[in-house]
Design a protein around this ligand. Structure first.
Ligand code: A3D
Length: 321
């Protein structure tokens, strides 16, 4: 059996961690592409030189030539600038849209049968642009945001309740921005509603609500919290792990139910926009979008988030992309 080929476009902070995680798990061979000369070669050499110690046989290749991503099975894209203080959303949008356009053209040319996971921000717009430029089918183009946002939400719940995070199931839907929607009503610990556990902990419904609201707000601002602490750049370990969970689901045909940025074609009453929703991820990529019932309050929050995505995409189109 030949090994799977995984191309990583962007060899920065997230690209480096992705390379190491793929090697440690032996998910396949890696081609790490970046426009910076020698940098991806140096990074892959560094990680590969630990292959004896870590015990992996994956081939790791750094490159500045798109030809090397030829016939990749999976492509994970992190190319683009991370958010910096003082930078407007439009600044990031223009810079990263230019980069994404060229990335999409090259992935289309060299890896036309790949499944593509996009991480570059602003996420929902970048996934939309990749899909438009590549012309790939919707099941093969998805964005990573919900897996990370949900992991953050789950972590906060586990820390608050003093339970294993492995038993926490909590999901975040909507766009990857301040309007994202952590779903409180569906959050549970092994089937037990988190709100009920909080009410028992505090013996006070108002206090439980206050604690949950704080966790919801922290989830929405979690990326910014890390940026503020790091001073330069944004989160990179957790976004890499989250994309790996998606890649593993595809490579292993796992049928995982993951919140991913997927193209809605009528689901959730949204047509033609990429938004974070739960979906079955398997060998055919986004195999099925799962629709869950949202109550009035959740629907209002979700609609608000979808509107933010729409306006971002309209901004991008106005800029000529
Ligand atoms: P960084 O360490 O700056 O790496 C980005 C890399 O992209 C750099 O090495 C650049 O040289 C490279 N690059 C620039 N232009 C091109 C090009 N045309 N082709 C190929 N490579 C290019 O950033 P990072 O790895 O920390 O973050 C990467 C992206 O992910 C940013 O846009 C972040 O905002 C985004 N991000 C998303 C999430 C989500 O959960 C969605 C989380 C964290 C970061």
């Amino acid at each position: 059996m030949t090994r799977k080929k995984i191309a990583l476009i962007g060899g920065g902070q997230i690209g480096g961690v992705l390379t190491q995680l793929i090697a440690l798990r032996e998910l396949g061979d890696v081609v790490l592409f970046d426009i910076l000369e020698d940098m991806p070669q140096g990074k892959t050499l560094d990680i590969a030189e630990a292959s004896r110690v870590d015990g992996f046989d994956s081939n790791l290749q750094g490159t500045n030539s798109y030809e090397d991503i030829k016939d990749s099975d999976i492509v994970i894209i992190t190319a683009g600038l991370p958010r910096k203080p003082g930078m407007s959303r439009d600044d990031l949008l223009v810079t990263n849209a230019k980069i994404m356009k060229s990335v999409a053209e090259n992935v289309k040319k060299y890896a036309p049968n790949s499944f593509v996971i996009i991480i570059s921000n602003p996420l929902d717009a970048m996934v939309t642009l990749f899909k438009k430029v590549s012309g790939f089918s919707a099941n093969r183009v998805m964005g990573q945001a919900g897996v990370l946002d949900s992991s953050r939400f789950s972590s906060f719940i586990a820390w608050e309740l003093g339970v294993s995070v492995k038993d926490v199931n909590a999901m975040v839907l909507g766009g990857h921005g301040d309007t994202m929607v952590p779903l409180v009503r569906y959050a549970n610990v092994n089937g037990m509603p988190v709100m009920e556990l909080l009410e028992r902990k505090y013996n006070d419904a108002a206090k439980a609500k206050e604690v949950m609201n704080a966790m919801v707000e922290r989830t929405k601002m979690a990326g910014g919290e890390v940026v503020k602490l790091l001073k330069t750049g944004s989160a990179f370990y957790s976004p890499a792990s989250s994309a790996i969970a998606m890649a593993e689901a595809i490579l292993g045909d796992q049928k995982r139910v993951l919140p991913v940025c997927a193209l809605l074609e009528g689901e959730y009453n949204v047509n033609g926009y990429y938004v974070g929703v739960p979906a079955i991820i398997g060998a055919n990529g986004v195999e099925k979008i799962l629709e869950i019932t949202l109550d009035d309050e959740e629907t209002a929050l979700f609609t608000n988030s979808v509107n933010a995505v729409k306006s971002l995409v309209e901004d991008m189109e106005r800029l000529g992309f």
